[in-house]
Design a protein around this ligand. Structure first.
Ligand code: RNT
Ligand code: ZN
Length: 414
């Protein structure tokens, strides 16, 4: 145990906070790491452009060219991230090496065998996402399409993904979160907002009717406010999605890049916790019109973490990351965003949350203000360093050197 950690523990104990308990707890909090930062959401099933109203920008060298290179990068990333991890897989990361390509409506668990092997090797769980974008049948709408043939194709894809999620849960022993998100929407002012939403509702009803064990597969629906090229109308809006999840007894997913700029997900979590047993998050960083910058250890990320921790909801919130930046080292970007989210969780775990609540309840607002500000000066870094060391991952000062070394020895050779 470092001297700095011992002194930090004393500092925290003055506020009634047990730093030892905080690091123990942090190590247990699963964070689902999105695989798609590593290759700019390309996937293995096509080399077509990224569609669906999302975009990556940048052309940093070293992007993986094959599944082997991809898994090598993922392994490297995992070595840089402490704590309990899951990997969040998208359906377009199916592997067809053994017996040839099948379209998305026909994918099967065996196309994800390598993912399961990887997960078992690293003792991590797997989450899953149908991919309703980057496909010839996703040029316009998918689940809300007016064309029944297109709708059926995507419903079949969704059902196939429920079966694959079941397989993930059974093989890994961890529950699998399966998230439904589409970019369905319109660039310009609609003539009919209701019709697409009704078709969307019926399509998702058909998908979630696929048999699954709700204790093992948690189906979530993710809302959005707008996308690139679909600025005027999004079928799966916040209201649609929340009400859908509530009435179908499934789980709502909030991505904090999917709201108006002054709307904060940190303020929404408590309301959802009152109505849902479980909720899900995509933690990202919105910047103006972009919903997907790499997560920083910033105020809103910390506020989100505080809402989860102080409401005793770590066991009720599925926490995942979701961002993509092709302009910086992809392995570094993925590891960095997750580590930053974990710093936010640690901050929340190191707060005298009960005391702060009491100050609020007793109306002692100037004391509350002072205490909140005092806690910002906490020796967080000393606790974080101790945590990294215990977890056997590189320290804050050293971890990027490991990325640079990987860049020189592996990525630069591509
Ligand atoms: C897009 C959504 C969605 C995607 C992934 C790739 O705005 O956030 O979650 O990022 O499905
Ligand atoms: Zn998302």
């Amino acid at each position: 145990m470092s001297e700095r950690f011992v002194s930090a523990k004393n500092w925290f104990s003055r506020y009634g906070v047990d730093a030892e308990a905080a690091v123990t707890k942090l190590a247990e909090v699963p964070v689902s790491i999105h695989c798609w930062q590593l290759d700019d959401v390309q996937g293995f099933d096509s080399d077509g452009p990224l569609t669906g109203g999302i975009q990556t920008t940048g052309n940093y060298p070293g992007k993986p060219r094959t599944p082997d290179e991809f898994f090598q990068d993922l392994e490297k990333t995992l070595s840089l991230i402490p704590g309990t991890k899951k990997i969040n897989v998208h359906a377009n990361y199916a592997l067809f090496e053994e017996d040839g390509f099948v379209d998305r409506d026909r994918i099967e668990p065996r196309h994800f065998k390598r993912w399961v092997e990887f997960a078992k090797k690293h003792h991590v769980g797997l989450d899953f996402n149908p991919t309703f974008f980057s496909h010839p049948k996703a040029d316009g709408a998918t689940l809300s399409s007016t064309d029944p043939g297109i709708r059926d194709f995507w419903i079949e894809h969704g059902k196939a993904c429920v079966r694959i999620s079941n397989y993930f849960a059974e093989e890994t022993g961890f529950p699998c979160v399966m998230n439904i998100w589409t970019g369905d929407g319109l660039k310009d002012i609609p003539a009919d907002r209701l019709g697409p939403r009704k078709r969307y509702l019926e399509s998702i009803d058909a998908i979630i009717a696929e048999p699954h064990d709700p204790e093992k597969v948690y189906i979530t629906v993710e809302s959005k406010v707008f996308g690139i090229g679909v600025e005027s109308y999004t079928v799966g809006s916040a209201e649609f999605t929340l009400l859908y999840a509530a009435t179908r007894n499934i789980t709502p997913l909030m991505d904090n890049g999917h709201y108006h700029p002054t709307e904060m997900v940190s303020d929404k979590i408590s309301s959802l916790l009152l109505y849902f047993d479980k909720i899900a998050l995509h933690v990202t960083r919105p910047v103006r019109w972009d919903s997907d910058h790499v997560v920083r250890f910033d105020d809103e990320t910390t506020e989100i973490a505080k809402e989860i921790v102080r409401n005793d909801a770590l066991g009720r919130v599925f926490i995942a990351t979701d961002y993509f930046d092709a302009s910086i080292n992809r392995v570094g970007a993925l590891a960095m965003g997750v580590r930053n989210l974990q710093k936010a969780l640690l901050t929340a775990l190191l707060l005298p949350n009960a005391e702060l609540k009491t100050l609020q309840d007793e109306g002692r607002f100037s004391e509350l203000f002072a205490c909140q500000e005092a806690m910002k000066m906490m020796p967080l870094g000393d606790v974080w360093e101790e945590y990294l060391e215990r977890e056997g991952v590189p320290s804050e000062a050293d971890w990027y050197a490991a990325v640079l070394d990987y860049e020189k020895t592996v990525l630069a050779e591509r």
